[in-house]
Ligand binder design. Sequence first.
Ligand SMILES: CC(C)(COP(=O)(O)OP(=O)(O)OC[C@H]1O[C@@H](n2cnc3c(N)ncnc32)[C@H](O)[C@@H]1OP(=O)(O)O)[C@@H](O)C(=O)NCCC(=O)NCCS
Length: 109
Amino acid sequence: MARVEDKVVAFGRIIDHGEFHEIASLGVDYYHRKKGIGKKMLFFLIQKAKRIDARKPIYGVTHLPEFISSCGFVHAEDGYPDYLDYKRKHACRLDESKISIMEWKGILG
Ligand SMILES: CC(C)(COP(=O)(O)OP(=O)(O)OC[C@H]1O[C@@H](n2cnc3c(N)ncnc32)[C@H](O)[C@@H]1OP(=O)(O)O)[C@@H](O)C(=O)NCCC(=O)NCCS
C-alpha cells in the first residue's frame, strides 16, 4: 500500500506462482491519479519481486498495456504460462481481445 499523509492512495500485490511472479490488483485512488503514484507502486512491486527471486519472470495481465509498458513491460510472446492465458480469457470481465499479457523486460535503476 502507499499512503499520502494518513490516507491509503494506492495498492498492489505480487502473486508468487512458483515458476513466475504476477503483479496484480494495482489501483490508485481516483483523486490521486496521473501524478506518478501508479508508476512508483509498479516499480516498488517489481523491486520486491526481484528481491524475492530475481530469476523468476514477472508478468501482468492488463487492460492498460500503455500504463505498464511505461515501466518496462512488453507484450509477452508465446511460451508464457497457461494460467495467464486462462486469466485473460476467463477471469477478466472485459472482452479477451482487450486484455494483454505483459512481461517485464525493464532495467531497475
Ligand atoms: C492505471 C492506474 C493504476 C494508473 O495510475 P496513475 O497513478 O494514474 O499512473 P501514473 O501517473 O503513474 O502514470 C504512469 C504512466 O502511465 C500512463 N497512464 C496512466 N494511466 C493511463 C491510462 N489510463 N491509459 C494510458 N496510459 C496511462 C501515464 O500517462 C504515465 O505515462 P508517462 O510515464 O509516459 O508520463 C490508475 O489509473 C488506476 O488505478 N486505474 C484503475 C485500476 C486499473 O485499471 N488497474 C489496472 C492497472 S494495470
